[in-house]
Design a binder for this molecule. Structure first.
Ligand SMILES: [Zn+2]
Ligand SMILES: [Zn+2]
Length: 364
């Protein structure tokens, strides 16, 4: 017994460090050796098998969203359970799991009011790579694991589900928050990764006509693939006029903003029919103002809704269901593959939007 315990300790000490991408300050990230996390009560450590880089990670690196130096970035993990802390039931070492970018506690006032993403307070559900160490590492400590581990069925690959953690959950939620109805006309402003998933979400929700707006030819092609019927380029046409023409002056039932700029927000409002819903996903900076004419001076019965990526294991289970039944296939969005070794290079390519990149898959 004694010997076994010592052997265990030796093995643990040997493998007690891992590679992780650490944020050191504005435009400073590096792959470093750091200790493998150990789970406390209610926590689980997973071995990350696949992850991706989000636009938000780029904002962090550029100093546009503040996080503390020394933090491991990344919030899109799939992996295999490596160690289970006390207080966890129904999970064991070796289980394949998907963890949402948002990890709600499931216990606080906000969670119990149904606002899982706002767990503990404003934007509080987003913990990985924001307030606690993230997924750009070989191992990841999952907080409130009982509420946040969704098992990945054996017949699905990690590639099929990794994008559910963030961009698919966020993108789809735009159509869900707007209560898209069968036959609705939906315009999606910007066809980056999130906008493409918003387009797919509008299709899943039964929109009758989906108009994708983006000037990038690669993104235009992806938009059609994800469910857009019509593509408009704001560089070539007056998008607002064109959408009014397409809808015979009526306007769209739902306009989704998936970029986070004053212009796209305004255009989304300008193409909205009276009583329509502007569903906003963008992350804005500075100041956002509402133009009064398209807002009908506040008398147009418009709804403006915002959504932060829904997380938690039940959300992930539902999204996995969509993939497993073939309702949606996100693999084409993984346009580039890198090993964790080369993640800094992946950040550069993704950040500069080179080579028609949509999303990068990172394998630790
Ligand atoms: Zn993200
Ligand atoms: Zn909570």
């Amino acid at each position: 017994m004694q010997a076994t315990e010592t052997e265990k300790q030796v093995t643990q000490e040997k493998s007690a460090s891992m590679k992780a991408l650490v944020f050191r300050g504005k435009n400073q990230i590096s792959l470093e050796e750091v200790p493998i996390p150990r789970p406390g009560f209610g926590e689980v450590v997973i071995r990350v098998t696949l992850t991706s880089i989000c636009g938000t990670d780029i904002h962090i690196v550029r100093g546009e969203y503040p996080v503390r130096p020394g933090l491991i970035l990344g919030h899109e993990p799939v992996g295999v359970i490596h160690e289970v802390g006390p207080g966890i039931t129904g999970y064991k070492v070796g289980d394949r799991v998907l963890v949402g970018a948002i990890t709600p506690c499931g216990q606080c006032n906000f969670c119990l009011s149904g606002n899982w993403s706002q767990c503990g307070g404003s934007i509080g559900g987003w913990k990985f790579g924001n307030t606690i160490h993230g997924a750009h590492a070989e191992y990841l400590l999952v907080p409130y694991a009982q509420a946040n581990l969704a098992k990945v069925p054996d017949d699905l690959t990690f590639e099929q589900v990794v994008l559910l953690a963030d961009i698919a959950s966020t993108g789809f939620s735009a159509a869900e928050s707007a209560d898209v109805e069968l036959g609705d006309t939906v315009a999606v402003f910007a066809q980056g990764p999130i906008g493409l998933c918003a387009t797919a979400g509008a299709k899943l929700k039964g929109a009758g006509l989906i108009i994708g707006i983006d000037s990038d030819p690669v993104r235009q092609r992806f938009s059609l693939r994800m469910g857009a019927d019509i593509i408009l380029s704001h560089e070539r046409t007056d998008v607002v006029e064109e959408i009014k023409r397409i809808t015979r002056g009526r306007g769209v039932d739902v306009a989704i903003e998936a970029l986070g700029t004053q212009t796209t927000f305004e255009n989304a409002l300008k193409v909205l029919r009276p009583g329509g819903t502007l569903s906003s996903l963008g992350v804005y900076s500075g100041k956002l103002s509402v133009p009064l004419e398209p807002f009908a001076a506040g008398l147009g019965d418009h709804k403006i809704v915002t959504t932060l990526c829904p997380g938690g294991k039940e959300r992930m289970r539902r999204l996995i269901e969509l993939v497993q039944r073939g309702r949606v296939d996100l693999r084409p969005l993984l346009t580039h593959h890198f090993s964790l070794e080369n993640i800094v290079e992946a950040y550069e390519l993704f950040g500069e939007r080179r080579d028609g990149v949509i999303k990068v898959a990172i394998t630790p």
